[in-house]
Design a protein around this ligand. Structure first.
Ligand code: NAD
Length: 316
């Protein structure tokens, strides 16, 4: 039996990962989550509801900032940790930079300390495309310099990668940082653009658009992200590795809104604002390294992903 600890397992990406892991009978999954109220915790409760009766899954309600509580609550020392718990989101991090630092940096270091104590050999970390800042050389490759983040959130993800390198070097904990690129799909966080726009468009409310619509994102469907996480859990080539998990197709904000209009069959009412501080003009992943080392090949084209997202939204 392989013991897997998924932090942030009640959240958007984490719940898709746990759903997938429950399909493997030889895996025991500990879901650790604080169910914090960044968005409605009832969404997180709904995400975990399907597992409450599964003996294969243990749900632990604990806060990563409290290392003793986490150590006490986790009954099965993990063979692999997938660390997805975080304060997420670029814009809200400008409002609470210290809170982001405490969860994303101190919380990550607490978990690395526990990995040492448990003897956990493999640690997969949710990093972010935001570490690339405003690097103009696209597509972004993992060996580009990332010491120029432009938001508190991004700086916490750079810090997490740096801490991971220290622990991989000193304590033989293999550390794999996965840089996710704008993940979307069913159960997407309500603060993220596709979900926020879709919900407003459906009720005829204006959508806030920052900038002239030319900003670009490499949208990645959540099942593709989960494929990459699963591959990273079994990666064993190097003690420290960083991978982009994107879609290698960058889509303008204007195109995203037009595609949403077609998918939902409604016209958007646009409420235009100036560019947001902390936002980056574009994101675009070079996938060569992830393809070669993880066998990562994103499967879901943007329009199809939007269809699947819209079906989920309709069924809520
Ligand atoms: P999410 O907010 O849905 O999930 C994060 C989970 O972490 C939540 O369920 C939350 O309750 C939990 N959490 C927060 N603080 C905690 C704490 N102190 N202790 C324990 N649990 C805590 O977000 P998501 O979109 O699923 O993101 C998952 C990870 O991927 C995050 O690390 C995020 O930074 C990263 N990421 C996401 C995206 C994206 O587009 N969604 C892009 C890049 C990186």
């Amino acid at each position: 039996m392989r013991n897997v600890l998924v932090t942030g397992g009640a959240g958007f990406i984490g719940s898709h990962l746990v759903d997938r892991l429950t399909g493997h009978s030889d895996v025991h999954i500990t879901v650790l989550d604080s169910f914090e109220p960044f968005y409605d915790p009832r969404e997180k409760e709904a995400n975990v509801a399907a597992w409450t009766d599964l003996p294969q899954v243990q749900i632990v309600r604990a806060d990563l900032r409290d290392i003793d509580a986490v150590q006490e609550a986790v009954a099965h020392p993990p063979d692999v940790i997938v660390h997805l718990a975080a304060r997420a989101g670029v814009r809200p991090s400008l409002e609470d930079p210290v809170g982001y630092q405490q969860v994303n940096v101190m919380g990550t270091q607490n978990l690395l300390e526990l990995a040492r104590a448990w003897g956990t050999p493999q640690f997969v970390f949710a990093s972010s495309s935001s570490v690339y800042g405003t690097d103009p050389n696209v597509p972004w490759r993992e060996d580009h310099a990332v010491l120029r983040p432009v938001s508190p959130y991004a700086s916490t993800k750079v810090s997490g990668e740096l801490l991971g390198h220290v622990y991989s070097h000193l304590y033989a904990i293999r550390f794999i940082a996965l840089r996710f690129f704008t993940v979307y799909g069913p159960r997407q966080r309500p603060d993220l653009a596709i979900r926020k726009f879709a919900e407003r468009m459906q009720r005829g409310a204006p959508i806030p658009v920052f900038g002239d619509g030319s900003t670009r994102r490499d949208y990645t469907f959540v099942s593709d992200t989960v494929d990459g996480i699963l591959a990273a859990m079994n990666y064993d080539a190097e003690p420290y590795a960083v991978f982009n998990l994107g879609n290698d197709r960058t889509v303008t904000l204007t195109h995203m809104i037009e595609a949403l209009e077609r998918t939902l069959g409604v016209e958007a009412v646009i409420d235009r604002h100036g560019p947001q501080p902390g936002d980056v003009p574009q994101t675009w992943a070079d996938l060569t390294h992830a393809r070669n080392a993880l066998g990562y090949h994103p499967q879901v084209p943007f329009e199809e992903g939007l269809e699947r997202f819209a079906r989920w939204l309709d069924g809520r």
